[in-house]
Write a protein that binds this ligand. Sequence first.
Ligand code: ZN
Length: 256
Amino acid sequence: MFTVRVLGCWGAYPAPGEATSGYLLEIDGDRILVDCGSGVLSKLFEVCPIEDLRAVILSHHHYDHAADLGVLFHAVLLARLSGTRTRSLPIFMPEAEGKILEDLQEEPLIDLHIIGDRDQVRIGGNEGLNAGEPLTVEFRRTKHPIPCFGMVIRHEGHTLAYSADSAFSPDLIDLARAADLFICEASLYNHQADVAISAGHCTAGQAGEAARLAGARRLALTHFPQYGNLRDLREQAHSTFGKKVEMASVRAVWTV
Ligand code: ZN
């Protein structure tokens, strides 16, 4: 079993005092950051210092998932210079270019891995006092305007599916297949279905539909819009999923 701690759940930009996409996986004493949006590092540091991170995984390079990657680089650099961190930090992310790529490549403690569709990585589990099974992460390309990877995260028979950003599609259903917990974006309300495909996002109703067709045991919505009433998102997802729908909120912790 492992836990998922929500560090940020907003799409586009953060609500006051909160963050956009960021989730902390906690397993056998290891901590793995999934997505690093605006405000995520501040929320991470309420839980643990940069020294505790075992790995970072980025779904894609839109700002609401990657804005804090530059300051995460600063945190690693300063931890190295001050001697508080000596082990490397693997970062798994889609191809990038420009200054952020140069910075990450130049930092000796950052071990950069470029991910592709269906790539699988194993993280943790092979050292330390709490040694256990490694976590496996399989990346799945989603329907989104730039390369974006959802994730199927498995540990000791438990499965977490994370949509990242994605339009409704057969691939999204496949990603969530039989997941114990499906964390799915719900960027849009049902009345916005006509823009969902071109925007590369799901309506809440589509999130529930994907979860139902996939046979997911639990559904949690995230990546919320900054307008409307979020309770409508929950009701719209519930009407298609047919079961209780959970809502991400900062500091929520789910056990998978
Ligand atoms: Zn995006």
